[in-house]
Design a protein around this ligand. Sequence first.
Ligand code: TXA
Ligand code: MG
Length: 320
Amino acid sequence: MIREEDIQKAAEYIRGGRLVAFPTETVYGLGANALDSIAVARIFELKQRPSFDPLIVHIASVDEIYSLISSNDERILKLAEKFWPGPLTIVLPKSTRIPDIVTSGLPTVGIRIPHHPIALALIKQAQVPIAAPSANRFGKVSPTTAQHVRKHLPGVDFILDGGKTQVGIESTIIKLNDKGFDILRNGVITREEIEKVVPYAPETRDSKTIIASGMMLSHYSPDKPIFILSDKFKLEKEKAGLISYTGKHTEGYKKVIRVSQNGDLLEYAANLFAAIHQLEESDVEFIVAEPVAEVGIGMAIMDRLKKAAYRYQKEQQENN
Ligand code: TXA
Ligand code: MG
């Protein structure tokens, strides 16, 4: 249980330039005052995050956005009305108020209003926008509990423990362009839902100058090898931990984690990272995860799985 004093202390820490890990509805964030370059630099240091990977800025209400961006695009309000607070990050032209370190020198900034009472209370009390990447060491699987944060980042100044996060995978990231929006990272808010508000207008790869970690081929790399289950290869089940979505063919594995009881993709997303963390800490030698169809939320799940497995499945992917 989070007490009012904890939020107050965390807000003071943020204002004082320190780092606070806090729950959002997606994953835990590692927050700092987004207007304080030195505090933001500490995020990069603690996460061992390369300086070219920009951070998302979290705010508590839409009116705060206008001092942070240099645009009054009316599509922002339409999107905000439909999806905020919630797991959607919108990349927009930044104002000079946002230090360059936050955006890794890009002229744009990713902004979202999280849908989590603790995150919202923290931002409101801190009275500053909060820059926060996921609270894991760079390249590792994002934390969905306070324990995961402690494991990865023992050096964090303070953790607000809000239990397990609900959505479980990171926000959908979109960028607005002249014609509509492009998706930089898939999440539980799907292209189909966003298309009801703004047309989908993907940019060519070249014009996506950076390259959200959402777009890197390898990311979310667990400490144990992970594979996407496939008929194409034989595996030694007795050494493996299975992340099971359908509950079928689970016999013979050393460990099985059911990520969904009734075939619900939202449940798979919510439990995926926690299952990886749990199997990493267990005595299995490697992890296999059951794939799902790449449509809707399945896109976001498969995106995380492919990135986690990339290192190990490179060969297999090349053959496809
Ligand atoms: O759900 C989430 O988005 C979580 C919670 C804490 O809000 N945050 C999160 O942050 O996943 P992070 O830093 O792990 O991933 C943010 C991604 C990065 O890969 C970064 O490259 C991309 O957002 N990004 C941020 N600003 C961008 C910009 N201006 N242009 C393109 N990509 C950007
Ligand atoms: Mg991350």
